[in-house]
Design a protein around this ligand. Structure first.
Ligand code: ADP
Ligand code: MG
Length: 630
């Protein structure tokens, strides 16, 4: 019930005028009411149309529904309908409808972010049902605070959110609910700040010979942003308080190079460094990047995954998954921990460290939130941003191609393969489980080997491969023994093969904007021109939202800009996809529009550090869910 109540309308629809059928003209939206005379199902290419002949006392018209074939059964002759839509040619294109006497369609009404499976109509029914329970909702805010800040009760806000009398009501309600979210977060962060006050770390010695050799070994000059990041990290590492820094930068901006620098600084001070990644693939991938550099520098490094367990005791740098490292590997000598993709270095990891001295921690993330905002949202971290990618990059050229012309995409791909480039083909998301996704990818690789990619060396990367197989595959791809990797989204993060300059994403309309941006970040990592070809179903079959996502990707490669679009399209709730979810997973707060609320919450939170009441449950839930406990 709570979930339904907290499902936020992304807008409210104004009431539409009622018209009699004879009065319909032009393309303005209108509502008609009448009775179904007959119904038929029609196919137009891959589109399914339901057409119903509808009559009122003034005339008849054909009403058309797109891709809702199941409706045909419910539109029996004699059914009373109330339809909202507009004239399209001689037909009436239906946008929303009520059957058998219900009438909410034409009225001022909430519009929920619908998916292909759950319609706005269904969502309206569900939330309407849930509203009966709104009064049982616990209000987490202390009463004095509500009074002094002039905020409505939470139950009232939930009712107003779904049943506002006017637009402004809905917005006031949203802001009250947003305030709860922001305050919860800020109280948690304030507590964590307080808890950390007595933490101590061992200061590292100044950068020395190893740091200097690292710069020599790198095949390129560091960018000014990378230099700046390094300077900030060096300053942190010299203190006796643990570094808690967030290193932000778009995919491919060169964060890993900076992270390795921080790890080497630990080695230089005779301590260990650890790089923790959220998945095994990512850990392996980081290892593949880091190992050759470490070899050259004479620094022993080890990979630690479920299946590969190098000798950690000898290693100065350990790369592994968060899970493994937190399972109690003996990293008693840990000087610097780099935590990739925003999994917090939480209680368990801290507890695993013996001796009481905390390591310096660098968090890396590709989530593009403007820096000033990140400071507030992440409250307890310092933030460094790599804003500009290395200068030798050419912007990735992105094209959107519909399925019927997919062969163009493969033609372009094979042409580039013949020129010596490599490529990725990303398989669609449709499959439910990792196992069936793996099977689908294998099948697709097989099909491509026999058809479009005949004569090329095609590998297949998915989440079901054993670690050695996956490592071997990645190593062969990196060594150019394979031309193409057909992959599931496991390649989303971390895969780094600069010679791979083309990516085809199949059924790209099924992916989220953020995910596509992450995927695309696998190409464009070298000096060569790179291409990303997004193949989708036909335009008529796509939701408005899918069209907007694909158009946004074609129009820009800027992660910040895309994050803004993503916010808009998702009704602001979340920034980016699942891996990056966490602190930014708000249902109600709009990070840009609610800056004032955020400030207010931050301010008030300091006074609530010791507060004990219903708000505490919220704080605990938020911080437990995301492994953020201090
Ligand atoms: P991120 O971790 O931010 O996604 P990486 O650190 O993996 O980015 O860098 C992406 C690619 O750019 C890698 O192939 C890396 O070797 C290269 N690279 C990093 N820094 C520079 C630089 N200063 N000049 C040229 N290439 C760079
Ligand atoms: Mg990287």
């Amino acid at each position: 019930m709570g979930d339904a109540l907290e499902y936020r309308p992304h807008r409210y629809e104004p009431a539409a005028p009622e018209r009699r059928i004879v009065e319909l003209f032009g393309e303005d939206e209108a509502v008609i009411a009448g009775e179904v005379l007959s119904t038929r199902l029609q196919r137009a290419r891959r589109l399914k149309l339901v057409k119903a002949r509808v009559a009122d006392e003034t005339g008849e018209i054909t009403a058309v529904w797109f891709n809702q074939a199941w409706l045909a059964d419910r539109l029996q002759p004699g059914t009373r309908v109330r339809l909202r839509g507009n004239l399209r040619g001689r037909d009436f294109a239906v946008r929303s409808y009520d059957l058998n006497g219900v009438s909410s369609t034409a009225d001022f009404a909430p519009v929920y972010p619908a998916t292909e499976d759950v319609t706005v109509k269904k969502l309206r029914e569900v939330t309407a049902g849930a509203l009966e329970y709104a009064r049982d909702v616990v209000d987490p805010l202390p009463a004095e605070l509500k009074a002094s800040a002039g905020l409505p009760g939470r139950a009232d806000a939930l009712v107003a959110l779904h049943r506002p009398r006017e637009e402004a009501d809905g917005e006031r309600a949203r802001r009250r609910l947003a305030f709860d979210e922001l305050l919860t977060l800020q109280v948690g962060l304030a507590r964590r700040r307080q808890g950390r006050e007595d933490e101590r770390a061992t200061p590292l010695s100044d950068p020395g010979e190893l740091a200097a050799r690292y710069r020599d070994v790198l095949p390129f000059e560091l960018t000014p942003d990378q230099e700046q990041a390094i300077a900030e990290i060096d300053a942190d590492l010299g203190r006796d308080r643990p570094m808690e820094r967030l290193l932000q930068g778009d995919v491919g901006s060169g964060k890993t190079v900076v992270a390795l620098y921080a790890l080497l600084r630990a080695v230089e001070s005779d301590r260990q460094g650890a790089l923790m990644a959220p998945t095994e693939t990512l850990a392996e991938q980081h290892f593949l990047t880091i190992e050759p550099l470490c070899l050259e520098l004479g620094v022993p490094c080890a990979l630690l995954t479920r299946s590969v367990k190098h000798d950690v005791a000898q290693a100065r740098i350990v790369v592994g998954t968060h899970a493994l490292i937190q399972e109690g590997v003996e990293l008693g000598d840990l000087g610097v921990a780099v935590v990739d993709e925003q999994h917090r270095f939480g209680v368990e990891q801290r507890a695993a460290i013996r001796g009481g001295r905390q390591p310096h921690v660098l968090h890396m993330t590709a989530t593009p939130i403007p820096r000033t905002l990140a400071l507030t949202v992440y409250g307890d971290l310092s933030v460094t941003e790599i804003a500009k990618p290395p200068a030798n990059r050419k912007p990735i050229m992105t094209r959107w191609i519909t399925e019927d012309r997919a062969s163009d995409a493969y033609r372009r791909l094979t042409r580039l393969l013949k020129e010596g480039r490599q490529a990725y083909v990303v398989c669609p998301l449709i499959e439910e489980s990792e196992t069936s996704r793996a099977r689908a990818a294998e099948g697709e690789a097989e099909r491509l080997r026999a058809n479009e990619l005949r004569g090329f060396r095609v590998g297949c990367l998915h989440g079901k491969l054993r670690t050695e197989e996956r490592r071997d595959l990645m190593a062969r791809f990196k060594a150019r023994e394979l031309d193409v990797l057909v992959a599931t989204t496991v390649i989303e993060v971390g895969v780094d093969v600069p010679n791979s300059t083309v990516m085809i994403v199949q059924e790209a309309d099924r992916f989220g904007l953020a995910q596509l941006h992450q995927l695309r970040g696998r190409v464009g990592r070298g000096a060569e021109q790179s291409y990303c070809l997004l193949v989708s179903r036909r335009r008529e079959e796509l939701t408005e939202n899918a069209v907007a996502r694909l158009e946004a990707l074609v129009s820009t490669t800027d992660g910040f800009e895309l994050a803004e679009v993503d916010l808009e399209l998702r009704g602001e709730g979340q920034l980016l996809g699942t891996r990056q979810s966490g602190l930014t997973d708000f249902r109600f707060a709009k990070l840009r529009a609610d800056r004032d609320l955020l400030e207010q919450a931050r301010h008030i939170a300091d006074e609530l550090v010791d507060y004990d009441g219903p708000l505490n449950d919220e704080v605990e839930r938020l911080f437990a869910e995301h492994d953020l406990a201090a």
